[in-house]
Design a binder for this molecule. Sequence first.
Ligand code: HEC
Length: 116
Amino acid sequence: MNNLKNTGLRSIAAAGLILTGIGLSACGGGTPTTQPTTSNPPTGTLTGGALIYSNTCASCHGVNRTGTTLAPDISVNSPRISGKTENALVVWISTHSPVPLSSAERNLLATFLKTP
Ligand code: HEC
């Protein structure tokens, strides 16, 4: 009877696969991206301007809009935002965004930047 032996080998192989899986997911994938794109996976349940910001702008301006070493603070009370109208922000975004955005998306983003 080989059955017992086979089962034993199979469960060892299965355990090996599971461990490999855990090892890989623990690594988390490595290098931070410097080239943001709208194809980044959405985080949480963000929608509208917050979602576009998260996908397109947060890599430089930070998830809380308070800036990183790559880009300045653009939180709602920062001079760069408080000193601009929403329309001026739409215009700025149209040339500044690293990816092409529709006019609806630019408007959503500008509204988001003006929202605490
Ligand atoms: C590759 C990094 C990077 C990304 C991505 C990025 N920004 Fe910026 N952003 C900068 C830098 C650097 C400045 C400062 C530019 C300056 O002072 O001339 C800036 C400045 C700004 C300002 C201030 C403008 C002003 O007149 O002072 C706003 C508003 C802004 N970004 C919004 C956005 C929005 C919205 C997005 C997403 C669509 C975005 N940024 C994506 C790097 C980035």
